[in-house]
Design a binder for this molecule. Structure first.
Ligand SMILES: CC(C)(COP(=O)(O)OP(=O)(O)OC[C@H]1O[C@@H](n2cnc3c(N)ncnc32)[C@H](O)[C@@H]1OP(=O)(O)O)[C@@H](O)C(=O)NCCC(=O)NCCS
Length: 150
């Protein structure tokens, strides 16, 4: 494997990345840009092999004045898994979040994410089993909220 590089992307690059990772990233607005957001892509030469995007997510009352960094999308191309690419994207995102004043970073994975759930645990995230209402499939889904203090 050649060396993997990590690059912050902008909106113009999303269509090219969707050609590899699928239209879902456009359909569900998975990439976030603008204040408090980071969209990062791992490349093998010019080929995108990993994606991660993070945005500011508020708390409900009585903490409605606060926001965490929320990882909305995370995926590594199947052919590149188990080589440390998710770890590379997440540690860079954590550093960016801390440098940008976030106190905590969090995410959520459904229970069918057999690779992601052990990964969060291995990367020292706090694990909280939880059910959430998923808007697009109109179902309650079991999974884990994960969070790390920065
Ligand atoms: C989850 C996913 C992003 C992990 O990407 P990856 O680049 O393979 O992960 P890494 O190689 O950086 O692994 C980091 C650590 O996570 C754990 N891990 C990763 N894949 C794992 C697996 N299949 N089984 C068990 N643990 C795993 C390991 O502890 C690993 O550290 P180690 O290699 O030093 O043991 C990738 O499997 C993926 O894209 N899955 C499908 C999409 C998905 O589930 N996205 C997350 C939705 S929230």
């Amino acid at each position: 494997m050649s060396e993997i590089t990590y690059k912050v992307i902008n909106n113009n690059e999303v269509a090219k990345i969707a050609e590899i990772f699928g239209d879902y990233i456009i359909q569900f607005n998975c990439f976030h840009f603008g204040e408090g957001c980071l969209s990062l892509v791992a490349y093998d030469n010019d080929v995108p092999v990993g994606i991660i995007s993070t945005y500011p997510l508020g708390y409900p009352r009585p903490l409605e004045h606060l926001k965490d960094a929320y990882i909305d999308v995370l995926e590594v191309d199947e052919r590149y898994r188990k080589q440390g690419i998710a770890r590379g994207m997440i540690t860079r995102t954590e550093k960016w979040a801390k440098d940008n004043g976030y106190r905590q970073i969090r995410s959520w994975s459904s229970e069918d994410k057999n690779e992601a759930i052990p990964m969060w645990y291995a990367l020292d995230y706090c694990m909280c089993p939880a059910k959430i209402w998923v808007e697009w499939c109109e179902k309650i889904v079991d999974g884990f909220y994960v969070a790390k203090k920065l």
